[in-house]
Ligand binder design. Structure first.
Ligand code: SF4
Length: 371
């Protein structure tokens, strides 16, 4: 069935498994991800479909799985089905004993019940969409939860024994400034998460924010840059390692699954809009729930893993990327280094925090020097 897009593989290196849950009860004002409304019948059908796909792919890919990531959408809406889905993952793949199993969750979703299902299914890492510690900001964003629900969710998770929790925070929000960000950072770090993902608000066209862009009172680019630098400094002082442009972790708590994306390791994505990268090939399921449920095959998305891609993704990481130097590249790196944007040690190029802020243009300049 999948012959056209992925060769039969039986490599010994491990694989990441991404399972997309494309449901949201309410669309957040800034979000343009693919997600649709859901009811109990759709949830049941979707669970059956995922199990069908897990069986098919498990029979095809004889590779151990070392990370599973339930992302969305809102995976916590499908928590009841997770134990069964994970049972089939274990039955059809070799799930390594120390596998990292993450579930994204919305603090609004009856946390105790959701957490118990997550625990039962073997989830050992939670990624909780906190976004802000201020209820006004959460309301402006169109989130379904309050700051208190985030606190309650983290407390309930700790009580059940979850030892690896990631919280999301957003920067550059309407009406935000250094003081409001400080408040959110204190809120987030008071909860002592092992990992923090930080995202700068980007206004997308087909969203509520896109339609009222001019009324949003957004901080300008320089102010957003200041917020980013303020956050990096604050989290560094709180003992978090800034291991990727948008991600911070306590020692050994980096997201092993997300590292696969940046390090060009193989992963299989199941669900509408889910992407995969296996054996140098990229492929994806189209953004259509009905097609996925009725058995549509994934679509090819070309070759992956080129040198440009390796550099582009590698420069997102604080460990940097090795590049064979040439005179033009060395000159370019020297001038970027003088501006405090990167460091060059032998063949290893690493962006600084200031460099992370303008990573897209630095990457373009570097790629121009090696073509
Ligand atoms: S941000 Fe998350 S919860 Fe909100 S609409 Fe997008 S996917 Fe759904």
């Amino acid at each position: 069935m999948y012959q056209a897009v992925a060769p039969v593989l039986s490599l010994i290196n491990s694989l990441g498994l991404y399972i997309h849950i494309p449901f949201c009860l309410k669309k957040c004002n800034y979000c343009d991800f693919y997600s649709v409304p859901v009811n109990d019948i759709i949830k049941r059908d979707y669970s059956k479909t995922l199990i069908r796909e897990i069986k098919q792919w498990g029979g095809r890919l004889s590779r151990p799985i070392d990370t599973v990531y339930f992302g969305g959408g809102t995976p916590s809406l499908m928590a009841k089905y997770l134990p069964e889905i994970m049972k089939e993952v274990r039955n059809n793949f070799t799930l390594l004993e120390n596998a990292e199993i993450t579930m994204e969750m919305n603090p609004a979703d009856n946390s105790q019940e959701v957490l118990e299902y997550a625990l039962k299914s073997g989830v050992n890492r939670l990624s909780i969409g906190a976004q802000s510690g201020d209820d006004n900001e959460l309301e402006i964003l169109g989130r379904r939860h309050t700051a208190k629900q985030t606190v309650d969710t983290v407390k309930a998770a700790r009580k059940l024994g979850f030892k690896n929790i990631s919280l999301d925070i957003m920067l550059g929000l309407p009406h935000s400034n250094e003081a409001t960000l400080k408040k959110s950072l204190e809120f987030i770090t008071d909860l002592k998460p092992e990992h923090i993902s930080a995202y700068i608000l980007k206004i997308e066209e087909n969203t509520v924010f896109g339609s009222i862009y001019n009324t949003l009172n957004l901080p300008d680019e320089d102010k957003v840059a200041e917020q980013y630098l303020q956050m990096c400094e604050y989290l560094k002082n709180m003992g978090y390692e800034h291991y990727e442009i948008s991600n911070f972790a306590k020692a050994n708590k980096e997201s092993r699954h997300n590292l696969k994306y940046w390090e060009l390791k193989d992963y299989l994505g199941l669900g509408p809009a889910a992407h995969s990268f296996i054996g140098g090939k990229r492929f994806y399921y189209s953004e259509n729930l009905t097609e996925f449920i009725t058995g549509a095959s994934p679509l090819p998305d070309g070759d992956g893993g080129s040198e440009d891609e390796r550099i582009m993704l590698g420069l997102r990481l604080n460990k940097g990327v090795e590049i064979a130097p040439n005179p033009q590249l060395l000159n370019k790196c020297k001038s970027l280094e003088e501006n405090g944007l990167l460091t060059l040690k032998e063949n290893l190029i690493t962006l600084t925090v200031k460099g992370f802020l303008v990573s897209n243009s630095i990457i373009t300049e570097i790629l121009e020097c090696i073509e």
